[in-house]
Ligand binder design. Structure first.
Ligand code: CP3
Length: 362
């Protein structure tokens, strides 16, 4: 029999040894199905609560030893196919000197919201060395993780701007949208600056060894497709354009009507929430994109047989896409029983390949 490594062209030889997550993102996974969870590290884990005791969220993000430990916790516990860097979308802003805090149970709170040009002028991107703690943590992690890929991430300009303009979490993004349409020049200048910060945060992680990245535009689903295209997509595209060497995942909540634009912003994988089936998301996106998602996180509290059937539904629907990374439709809720997540991982690993093969044969 000929030696396969000799007959394959170099690019394909590399694919054979690439992590399953990376192969899925490149639409080369076959029946294998990688699984990880947004917010897999954090408050649902007792081991997380123990190491975080008495340490503020943003302080923990600046300590490479803690960041590495917290990032590894769900990998050890669940055997997920990827780690996601423990940090926050607001970290680059904090490093640039913005006075902000992450309030438990609430989210990011900004002391002086940015609502005019003077506010924008105060926002000076961090110098290259200012994210040294990120570089150090990623290097520690990549050495510890071995074969398991690390996903780096950043916040998209629209979602970051929503926190800066509102001063904290918001239901309707009224001030953000009023600024966006009322002073487009200020809006675009603000988002351009945020794009520079997020691109720098992502590049730091990729240069230190992250194998893939996810851009979180969590709140983009609050925009119409027209406003997304005018006010958000160009800035996200600039962030993603700086990171073309590794697979890029682009995620938001409630973005069923924006999926194609999110793909066109420069991603290989588009993250989908639970509101539309993956097969439908893939139909909208076409053959050039893989999908990630999309179990409804609220179902993690349902009786196991019911939940298991929903997990299988997601796997079957995802088999219609040219690539599928199993995930939730949004982050792990804090009250989640970790044992349930463990059972989901085991089910995806044990039944995923067969379910995918069956679904693809129909
Ligand atoms: C919108 C957003 C933020 N941060 C992030 C997003 C995008 C993801 C999403 O859509 O959920 C990104 C993020 N935040 C965190 C991670 C770590 C990696 C992981 O997913 O496991 C990631 C990828 C840790 C965190 N980020 C946060 C925590 C909890 C803080 C704590 O434990 O004290 C963690 C582990 C805090 C945070 N930070 C933010 C919010 C809304 C909150 C929740 C506030 C709360 O309910 O307590 C802003």
């Amino acid at each position: 029999m000929p030696d396969a490594t000799v007959t394959l062209p170099p690019s394909e030889t590399q694919e054979v040894s690439a992590p399953l997550l990376v192969r899925a993102a490149r639409r080369q996974q076959g029946d294998g199905l990688p699984v990880w969870f947004m917010r897999q590290a954090g408050r649902s884990l007792p081991e997380y609560k123990r190491v975080r005791e008495g340490i503020a969220m943003l302080d923990s993000c600046a300590r490479p030893d803690l960041v590495a430990e917290i990032t590894l916790q769900p990998v050890r516990r669940y055997g997920v196919d990827a780690a996601i860097f423990y940090s926050d979308i607001m970290v680059p802003l904090k490093a640039a000197g913005v006075d902000l805090d992450i309030v438990p149970g609430r989210g990011p709170v900004v002391a002086e919201p940015v609502r005019d040009r003077a506010g924008l002028e105060r926002l000076v991107p961090a110098e290259p060395g200012d994210l040294g703690f990120v570089d150090e943590a990623v290097r520690l992690l990549v050495a510890e993780l071995g074969e398991t890929p690390l996903i780096g991430f950043a916040g998209a300009p629209f979602t970051l701007a929503s926190y800066l303009v509102e001063g904290g979490p918001s239901r309707d993004y009224a001030r953000t949208k009023a600024l966006m349409v009322g002073d487009p020049e200020l809006w675009h200048d603000l988002c351009a600056r945020l794009a520079t910060m997020s691109a720098h945060f992502l590049r730091t992680q990729v240069e230190a060894g992250a194998s893939a990245v996810q851009l979180f535009d969590s709140w983009a689903g609050s925009l119409s497709a027209a406003d997304y295209t005018t006010f958000a997509q160009p800035h996200s595209a600039r962030v993603l354009a700086g990171i073309a060497t590794v697979p890029r995942i682009h995620f938001g909540v409630g973005t069923g009507e924006l999926l194609t634009r999110m793909g066109e912003a420069g991603a290989e994988v588009v993250g989908v929430d639970w509101r539309i089936p993956l097969a439908e998301a893939s139909r909208r996106l076409g053959p050039a994109y893989a999908v990630q998602g999309n179990l409804d996180p609220a179902l993690l509290g349902a009786p196991w047989p019911v939940l298991a059937e929903r997990v299988r539904d997601v796997v079957r629907s995802g088999a219609a896409a040219p690539g599928h990374v199993f995930n939730l439709g949004h982050g792990v809720p804090p009250e989640t029983d970790p044992d349930v997540l463990g059972r989901v991982v085991d089910l995806v690993h044990e039944e995923g390949p067969t379910l995918r093969a069956e679904a693809r044969a129909v």
